[in-house]
Design a protein around this ligand. Structure first.
Ligand code: SF4
Length: 428
């Protein structure tokens, strides 16, 4: 049986899509290989959001070229954000790649597999796929692309405009996953909060959450990532009222300075963002919030960086993902602004944010000390079980029992900025 290897670079969205491709390849008779050099088919799922990610893609393509020279029968397929609309140009640049297909274009993949003539390519009906995962958690893409065009972001150019999957299709998929033992789903998209805008029925994410909340044996629902401007009152109400929707929200602010937010084309002010967080915390008091920050955006003087720093001090997020700005060719910021913040200043600011966040997270997490939390156990590493709380905190604990996939009560004995440690609470 021919073997496949999927090489995934990038975000959860890519990981979810790779999982889906793997399920499809399994269903048509391929077997997973332990390493790329053992495979007859390599699928490279790419990311170009940051320059470092694109460099990694180029390096991997170079490595695969060498592998193909040694094994001419190897087929190389490339998908993800690296695949732009100029497929012919990509083919000329990378003649060793057999097939390029756009992210989420499963019909193109199935068409290519069918053309190989060896396998009866089955349907990619999501409900019929068996998911290859030992985890009780699954990622479910619900919307592709983005209409926002933030000035620094390449995603709308590569993933295209927003395309939501029909609600019934998602519900059907989640029902299928639950039948296979999945207990938690994370709904994914570049901006899930705009789910449904392009659907004729005028549905939105709150409607979808409502439907999914009714699925028996599904324990938890998460969703990410959200654009603050699309995070509606209706969505906040749904989070507050639906028992399976976790108290965890990812809301990227990117900067705490209004001039920088304007240059980024984020579409909200610091004051509006602050108000939104206030409303969310009022309605969902236990909510854990994470955010993204870009430091060193063009024109970010010391004063403007300080505005970001103060906002982070004030908001006390549970998690902050921080990145140094790097211009992406083809974006508005790349065309309009000079990358004028020296790399050492960007690095200094990045470290400053990371240090602040380590202190904030240590304090936030210390509130869990002695508390009993519900943990969905995802696996075992080096003799310790690990899982997450509804608020997305990673918890480690020891037990001689097989705890995989179980929802357990854990009493927290030790906290750190990054994780919690505890013991099973047998009497609760
Ligand atoms: S919301 Fe902005 S940053 Fe996020 S994917 Fe869309 S364009 Fe990119």
């Amino acid at each position: 049986m021919p073997r496949y290897f999927i090489w995934t670079i990038g975000c959860q969205m890519n990981k979810a899509e790779s999982q889906r491709i793997a399920s499809y390849l399994d269903s048509v008779g391929y077997q997973v290989a332990a390493a790329h050099w053992e495979a007859e088919l390599v699928v490279l799922n790419t990311c170009v959001v940051r320059r470092s990610a694109e460099d990694k893609v180029l390096g991997t393509l170079g490595l695969l070229k060498g592998l193909k020279e040694e094994h001419p029968n190897l087929s190389i397929l490339v998908t993800g954000c690296f695949v732009n609309s100029d497929i012919e140009g990509l083919k000329r640049r990378f003649p060793h790649v057999d097939f390029f297909f756009k992210p989420g274009a499963y019909s193109e993949l199935t068409g290519w597999i069918q053309k190989q003539g060896i396998y009866s390519a089955l349907s990619t009906q999501h409900s019929t796929l068996r998911w290859k995962t030992s985890s009780p958690c699954a990622f479910v893409p619900i919307i592709q692309g983005c209409n926002k065009f933030c000035s620094y972001c390449i995603v709308p150019y590569r993933r295209g405009r927003e395309t939501s999957r029909p609600l019934e299709e998602i519900v059907c998929e989640v029902n299928g996953l639950v039948k296979q033992g999945i207990k938690e789903v994370t709904l994914l998209g570049q901006n899930v909060a705009s789910y449904g805008n392009d659907l004729p029925e005028h549905l939105d994410l709150a409607d979808l959450l409502n439907e999914l909340n009714g699925i028996d044996n599904l324990a938890r629902i998460r969703f990410l990532t959200n654009h603050p401007s699309d995070t509606s009152q209706k969505l906040i109400q749904a989070m507050a009222s639906l028992n399976k929707v976790c108290e965890h929200l990812d809301l990227a602010v990117q900067s705490g300075d209004n001039n920088i937010l304007k240059a980024m084309r984020r579409g909200y002010t610091v004051e509006q963002f602050r108000e939104l967080i206030h409303t969310i915390r009022q309605h969902v008091p236990q909510v854990a919030l994470s955010t993204d920050i870009i430091v060193g955006f063009p024109g970010e003087a010391e004063e403007q960086f300080e505005h970001t720093f103060s906002l982070l001090e004030e908001m006390r997020f549970d998690v902050v993902h921080v990145a140094a700005y790097s211009p992406r060719t083809g974006t508005i910021a790349w065309r309009k602004y000079k990358d004028d913040i020296p790399p050492e200043v960007k690095k200094e600011r990045l470290i400053k944010v990371e240090q602040l966040q380590a202190d904030v997270a240590a304090e936030v997490n210390s509130a869990y000390q002695g508390k009993v939390v519900e943990v969905l156990v995802e696996g075992n590493k080096k003799g310790k079980w690990h899982g997450r709380t509804r608020s997305d905190k990673i918890v480690f604990f020891k037990s001689n029992d097989d705890c995989s996939g179980q929802l357990l009560k854990i009493r927290i004995k030790k906290t750190s900025p990054w994780s919690l440690q505890g013991e099973v609470e047998y009497n609760s």
